[in-house]
Design a protein around this ligand. Structure first.
Ligand code: CS2
Ligand code: MG
Length: 408
């Protein structure tokens, strides 16, 4: 069996999705997602200029050898651009494998460990009253878990929380904002003084059953993170996410000495080497990698297995920048993984997105039920795709009030 061609599509409704389609001499094709948020043209170019010319003629069933060929054969390894490009190829090859076997991918991983997989939505508010309304609306929709982000009183600008209404896209990152990033100003003291009390009020309002998640978004130093985690311990968070810049794998040691709040990290990681120490030393409770950014299903399965050895559960990233293709791959992993935790679920879910990516996966009452179709269980409509073009966007850049660059 041979790969005969592969095409890359960049564009989509409200998002610059990077979709890979691999064709074979047996007529079976596979789909992959290489969407690296706000840097979409780079994995697309890596695929078009280097990877696809080498793919042609390879046997699509040899997904492990192809992964090793592109990873170890590249010499200069890892990084989000390369791993997103490999990730799309790997997803597409697994999609082909499932179609050849006439099985949904979770069956090839080892079958189902659960029917429904718990998901969480993003509740946001410009102030605490707004946020309470947003949480209440998601609870009314049947969500059992909600991430809560709030505008901070007196904060000069940055709060990465823009009020939205439940069921809409959490488009707090404008994809089509142009190549020059907005500059937001951040003040850690204001955040540290306000947020623990806000989280306590949310717990008091919604009771002990609601799973409350909060994302610090990499903005605290190790000492500040320890102080914050200690202050929020009585709230009983489901998790505290990215308390410190993720690449500093030692940063969580101090936090772990001062608080039992569960820690989730990993959405910016792109290989097992970014997180193996965090997992082996049990400095985290949830690993947040994404199938696109971390080299596809083959590599993420290795990370899930390592995490399982150390009582670390999955909490895959699922921001709006992930297309229904990589979310489908994650739905299959979530159905199988014995150490599944929760899935972030913000896929656009608009009629335009559903038309571009017809999918058999269902979300009901705060749970996702995986498709039983062979392969990924999602398709891609090239006629729909022709309606969209790439339009540059960029994450905001955050500075402190004295001008120091900080973490977005
Ligand atoms: C956020 C991300 O969902 C999350 O946990 O941290 O949405 C993040 O802001 C974006 O993926 C950045 O592109
Ligand atoms: Mg996050």
């Amino acid at each position: 069996m041979k790969i005969t061609d592969a095409k890359v599509f960049v564009g989509g409704p409200a998002k610059n999705y990077v979709t890979l389609k691999i064709m074979t001499d047996q007529g079976v094709y596979g789909l992959g997602d290489a969407t690296l948020n706000n840097r979409e043209t780079l994995p697309a170019a890596y695929l078009q200029d280097y990877l696809i010319p080498n793919l042609i003629g390879m046997d699509p069933r040899n997904s492990e050898d192809i992964w090793q060929f592109f990873y170890r054969g590249a010499y200069f390894r890892r990084g989000p651009i390369a791993m997103a490009a490999f990730g799309a190829i790997d997803m597409a090859l697994w999609d082909i494998k499932g179609k050849l076997a006439n099985m949904p991918l979770y069956q090839l991983f080892g079958g189902k460990s659960r029917d429904g997989a718990l998901v969480y939505a993003h509740a946001t508010g410009a102030d605490l009253d707004d946020l309470m309304d947003s949480i209440a609306a998601y609870v009314a929709l049947g969500y059992k878990a909600v991430r809560v982000q709030c505008g901070i009183p007196g904060m000069p600008t940055a709060s990465y929380a823009v009020p939205d209404k439940p069921g809409t896209n959490n488009n707090y990152i404008s994809d089509f904002s142009g190549i020059r990033p907005k500059v937001e100003i951040w003040n850690t003291d204001l955040y540290m003084r306000f947020m623990p009390g806000a989280l306590a009020e949310i717990r008091a309002r919604f009771g002990p059953d609601l799973k409350i998640l909060h994302d610090v978004h990499h903005r605290l130093t190790p000492r500040e993170a320890a102080e914050f985690a200690k202050a929020v311990e009585p709230v009983g968070l489901y998790w505290l996410e990215d308390p410190t810049p993720a690449e500093d794998q030692n940063a969580l040691r101090m936090l772990r000495q001062h608080s039992t709040v569960p820690i989730a990290i990993g959405e910016v990681f792109n290989s097992i080497w970014d997180c193996n120490k965090l997992i082996e030393q049990e400095l985290i409770d949830f690993i947040r990698v994404a199938v696109t950014y971390a080299g596809g299903i083959t590599h993420v399965k290795r990370i899930v297995d390592l995490a399982g050895l150390h009582n670390v559960r999955t909490g895959f990233h699922g921001a709006p920048s992930h297309s229904p293709i990589s979310m489908a791959a994650q739905h299959h992993l979530n159905a199988w993984a014995p150490n599944f935790g929760i899935q972030e679920y913000l896929v656009l879910g608009t009629p335009a997105c559903d038309a571009l990516f017809p999918s058999g996966h269902k979300m009901e009452n705060g749970m996702v039920f995986v498709s039983e179709a062979p392969g990924l269980g999602v398709d891609f409509d090239e006629a729909e795709a022709s309606k969209y073009t790439y339009s540059p966007g960029s994450h905001p850049v955050v500075r402190l009030e004295d001008g120091t660059i900080w973490d977005y």
